[in-house]
Write a protein that binds this ligand. Structure first.
Ligand code: SAM
Ligand code: SF4
Length: 316
């Protein structure tokens, strides 16, 4: 699927819940209200939407949240999505606290890779950032995922004066384990607006100063806008996702689906399409229709109509 800027859109991030078992201060601090289950897309609705998206050229899906593993049956959803013709890859972003517990099921259902958030290696700082004392569980989950041979990427958001000094220890994990570590600049969205970012440009300069032989790593073609470098003899790469300084909009390849069924072409704009309304037949003129009618209306006589709706949302 091509948008009006000629960008190929082949990747969709799907949030399956807004609930989380951590309280990261820049994302979901205490006191954030949560949406009731009936206002969240069911797994069957997500599957139906992904079938339509696949027909339009979406081939890679990322399951995210909130924390995806707190929603019951998450591995089952991964199995459902893996069976959709045209879907080549289903991956997940998780805080890792429940990963060890669910890893066998996730692997059984065909999970292709996992991104795990890890902002610090220090238990006290972990508690300060996330509000919980669960670093040990996260590290165990990372260990098990590596042992199982799963592709692992760690995501770190640095905050000045909190965990920013840990950048080198985090980067050096790539020399000790076969995984990538990516630094994500704090984005001024939601609660992140209250926090200052650490510049990835400065981080890269410091990494180059520590490792003058640092090389760009073109071998990785992930789903996202990260730029990768490799420390000599390391097993993995260090990536930079520079939301503020990177200006990567020209290479954007994605759609986002919120847990409440809003399809968003861009994180930075309010623009969205309510696909839950379409799926549940609540859109004007759809009230009271049977499941079958609804399906026909959505699927369509409507492969064409559906295509138009999705393309329009991607083209904004
Ligand atoms: N709960 C899962 C996790 O933590 O990996 C998945 C959802 S979480 C929202 C996905 C990623 O977004 C995490 O790596 C988190 O650190 C990052 N994130 C959240 N708020 C952010 C912000 N304001 N700026 C940059 N990254 C942010
Ligand atoms: Fe939860 Fe992930 Fe947000 Fe942290 S970043 S509060 S783990 S959703």
């Amino acid at each position: 699927m091509k948008d009006s800027y000629g960008r190929i859109i082949d990747y969709m991030r799907i949030s399956i819940t807004d609930h989380c078992n951590l309280r990261c201060r820049y994302c979901m601090p205490e006191g954030i209200s949560q949406v009731p289950m009936e206002e969240i897309l069911t797994y069957e609705e997500i599957e139906e939407l992904c079938r339509a998206a696949s027909e339009l050229g979406i081939s890679r899906l990322k399951i995210t949240g909130g924390e995806p593993l707190v929603r019951s049956g998450c591995p089952r959803l991964i199995g459902m999505l893996k069976k959709i013709p045209g879907i080549e890859q289903v991956t997940m972003t998780t805080n890792g606290t429940l990963l060890k517990q669910y890893l066998p099921q996730l692997l059984d259902h065909g999970l292709d890779a996992v991104n795990i958030s890890l902002d610090t290696l220090n238990p006290q700082i972990y508690q300060q950032i996330t509000g919980k004392n669960q670093l040990h569980e996260v590290l165990a989950g990372i260990g098990q995922a590596l042992k199982a041979g799963l592709t692992v990427k760690l995501n770190a958001v640095l905050q000045p004066g909190i965990n920013s000094k840990e950048w080198l220890s985090l980067a050096r994990l790539t020399t000790q384990y076969p995984l990538d570590v990516r630094f994500i600049e704090m984005m001024p969205i939601g609660c992140g607006r209250s926090y200052r970012p650490v510049s990835n440009q400065e981080l890269l300069l410091r990494l180059k100063a520590s490792y003058p032989d640092l090389r760009t790593d073109e071998s990785i073609r992930g789903n996202g806008p990260a730029v990768y470098y490799r420390i000599p003899r390391a097993m993995g790469s260090v990536g930079f996702i520079s939301a503020l300084h990177g200006k990567f909009c020209s290479g954007c390849n994605r759609l986002r689906l919120t847990a409440q069924g809003k399809l968003k072409p861009c994180l930075c704009f309010e623009e969205e399409v309510d696909v839950m309304e379409i799926l549940r037949g609540k859109k004007k003129g759809c009230n009271g229709s049977s499941a079958g009618e609804r399906k026909r209306r959505y699927n369509g006589s409507s492969a064409g109509e559906r295509k138009f709706r999705l393309q329009r949302s991607a083209a904004v």
